[in-house]
Design a protein around this ligand. Structure first.
Ligand SMILES: N[C@@H](CCC(=O)N[C@@H](CS)C(=O)NCC(=O)O)C(=O)O
Length: 249
């Protein structure tokens, strides 16, 4: 039976799992769980993942959630997956786990919270929260600095001095890619100082092309849509502030 991947491409860990399957020629069926339509809260999906989150997989009778656990399972269960994604060498694997564990409480917290509180909240029925965004930016920026100074400090193009990507590169880069939906000012203030991170994103994109861009298309479209919404909002705010100006000015 074909592997089933339950995912929404707007979700960073979903994109990592889909790209991984495509790059490694894993035969799978992608089943969209539309978060904006709250499909992850349906009784049907709860049977797949009682935590009500994407991604999740079903392989025969085996069900699994949590993207890192899924990537590890796929790397071990599908013999065509190249060793560099999840090396057999136990000390390299342990280092990959160390990056993945760190990721969840640092980079992911910072990136997801910043994007939510500066851009996405209104679309999901919540107010923007500049205070939470400012806290998130501190964590995000310090996480990017740590990635550069600790895991990208070697000669290799990937984390931990690797010359080919591992599941950690894919997971972390997909997380950072969500910054694409920010406005240009926020995007360049946050990513601009991190040249090594920018190069690493490019290297990961190149190592997984054409799937990387194909799976991220949804994000590029969201970026354009959000930019238009911002400019419409900006124009109507300018018009209303012009209307509010005293008539003698
Ligand atoms: N640690 C989980 C995170 C999963 C997660 O937070 N998924 C989000 C989308 S990025 C989700 O399904 N959110 C729905 C919700 O929390 O209601 C993983 O890596 O798979």
């Amino acid at each position: 039976m074909k592997l089933k991947v339950y995912a929404d491409r707007m979700s960073q860990p979903s994109r990592a799992v889909i790209i991984f399957c495509k790059v490694n020629g894993i035969n799978f069926e992608e089943i969209k769980v539309d978060l904006s339509k709250r499909q992850h809260l349906s009784e049907e999906f709860k049977e797949i993942n009682p935590m009500e989150k994407v991604p999740a997989i079903v392989d025969g009778r085996f069900k699994l959630f949590e993207s890192h656990a899924i990537l590890i399972y796929l790397a071990c269960a599908f013999p065509r997956v190249a060793d560099h994604w999840y090396p057999a060498d136990v000390s390299r694997t342990a280092k990959i786990h160390s990056v993945l564990d760190w990721h969840h409480s640092n980079l992911r917290q910072g990136a997801a919270s910043f994007v939510f509180n500066t851009v996405l909240a209104p679309a999901l029925g919540f107010p923007l929260n500049p205070q939470a965004a400012s806290q998130a930016e501190k964590l995000l920026s310090s996480s990017l600095s740590k990635i550069e100074s600790i895991w990208l400090k070697g000669n290799g193009r990937f984390l931990l001095g690797g010359f080919q990507p591992s599941i950690a590169d894919l997971s972390l880069v997909c997380e950072i890619m969500q910054l694409e939906v920010l406005d240009e000012k926020d995007h360049s203030r946050i990513l601009g100082p991190h040249k090594k991170v920018q190069q690493w994103i490019e290297d990961t994109r190149n190592a997984t092309r054409p799937h990387f861009d194909e799976v991220h298309t949804i994000l590029y479209k969201a970026k354009t849509k959000l930019a238009v919404q911002r400019s419409v909002r900006g124009n109507s705010e300018t018009e209303s502030s012009i209307k509010k100006l005293p008539s003698k000015m």
